[in-house]
Design a binder for this molecule. Structure first.
Ligand code: GMT
Length: 386
């Protein structure tokens, strides 16, 4: 199939999932056309069956705000028409779904029918989308998409709670390529950050408020009072200065290492003993799954879709949002008991395998086929045999 994928190309989970999905589909022989405003970070170099179409908005003095959505819709019209795409798959509703709808309508006037699928990732529904200024457009786009998917059952429920739609939403979880089995840690790399008797706790995110960075530092501080430990923080964003200030105030700067934005977080995770994700809300928690995929247990909040990924007392522990005492207690109990820690490492890897790309990719392929088929029947290109 020829598939157009629209995504945010930066470090967010939705962009990572969309890029990895496109790469995996290309490896299976599909022709993939990524459409976005800059080269997706995880795309890497030139590869077979993968094309990238850049959306660039001209900086006209009249525009105080650049009309990205309009240019994206025009680009989609162009790419669908000239690359002869079968389907569009947009990741993140705002503004990708409305741009796809606009492109679909324009193409219809030119005799081209293109179905589009919208995949909801979380903040497009739970945070940004709930904003009254977006709500009517999102509701409309959900209802107009040829299919809608959500990355967790929790997000599916949230969507029905927040939006006036009764259209079917299929849950297709995020996926990951995990290690086959636990690998020995590269001690040369690890020793650059911590001595062998010091535990490494990691958090990766875009450092937004919803990630509760202050809880990450608080939990780490409590752990480090009982166990020699270092905190590795990968990523960057508006709350980074909060973490920096807290580390200074708590006098733990030398044990808190900011590694900044990292293209492939698996290298940081591979030297870690524990991962912390205390988010306020999280539709899925791809960062937790990425940790589990390299055998790192997760201490997390029990919000949104996280419990669908991290299994309490198996791949890690769940606590109520903000309960840093409980998070620290769970972390300490694990870090103090080598045998239990090893067992949890193996269990997290095992759990991550439930989200293997081999299991999830066919779900998308089946959906693409059924949507294209249905669109052809509706347009009279295909007749259903009785
Ligand atoms: O977490 C973010 O702020 C980024 C955001 C995104 O759109 O990239 O992440 C959302 O989508 C990820 C991929 O599906 C999910 O794993 C994250 O849980 C979700 N974030 C939230 O719901 C806060």
């Amino acid at each position: 199939m020829k598939i157009g994928i629209v995504l945010y190309p930066t470090y967010g989970g939705s962009g990572v999932v969309a890029t990895e999905l496109g790469k995996a589909l290309a490896e299976k022989g599909h022709e993939i056309h990524f459409v976005t405003y800059s080269q997706p970070v995880r795309l890497g170099s030139f590869r077979e069956n993968v094309y990238y179409h850049e959306v660039s908005v001209s900086d006209y003095p009249l525009f105080e705000f650049q009309p990205y959505e309009t240019v994206l819709a025009s680009k989609l019209v162009d790419v669908v028409k000239y690359e002869k795409l079968d389907i569009l798959h947009v990741h993140y509703a705002i503004p990708h779904a409305s741009a796809a709808y606009m492109a679909q309508q324009i193409l219809k006037t030119q005799g081209i029918d293109i179905p589009f699928i919208t995949t909801l990732h979380g903040t497009d529904i739970t945070l940004v989308g709930r904003d009254q200024s977006f709500e009517p457009v999102i509701t409309f786009c959900l209802n107009q998409s040829n299919a809608v998917t959500a990355v967790s059952e929790s997000l599916r429920k949230d969507t029905y709670n927040h939006f006036d739609t009764d259209r079917e939403i299929q849950v297709i979880p995020n996926f990951i390529e995990s290690m086959d089995q636990l690998q020995p840690v590269d001690l040369q790399v690890r020793r650059k950050y911590a001595d062998d008797d010091v535990k490494i706790i990691t958090h990766t995110s875009n450092f937004r408020k919803v990630k509760r960075i202050e809880d990450v530092v608080t939990v780490f501080h409590k752990i480090s009072q009982e166990i020699p430990a270092k905190l590795l923080l990968a990523g960057d964003g508006p709350e980074r200065n909060v973490a920096e200030r807290m580390a200074r105030d708590l006098n733990i700067c030398e044990n808190v290492i900011f590694v900044g934005k990292v293209r492939d977080t698996s290298h940081v995770l591979e030297i870690s003993d524990l991962f912390i994700l205390p988010s306020e809300t999280e539709s899925f928690g791809l960062a937790a799954l990425e940790a589990m995929a390299v055998g790192v247990p997760v201490i997390s909040s029990n919000t949104g879709g996280i419990p669908e990924v991290n299994i309490h007392n198996y791949s890690g522990f769940l606590s109520y949002v903000g309960d840093t005492d409980d998070m620290a207690r769970n972390a300490i109990s694990l870090l103090k008991n080598e045998k239990k820690l090893q067992q949890f490492k193996e269990q997290s890897l095992k759990r991550a395998k439930d989200f293997s790309i081999e299991k999830v990719l066919p779900m998308y392929e089946e959906l693409y086929m059924s949507v294209v088929q249905k669109a052809k029947v509706e347009n009279g290109e295909l007749k259903i045999k009785n």
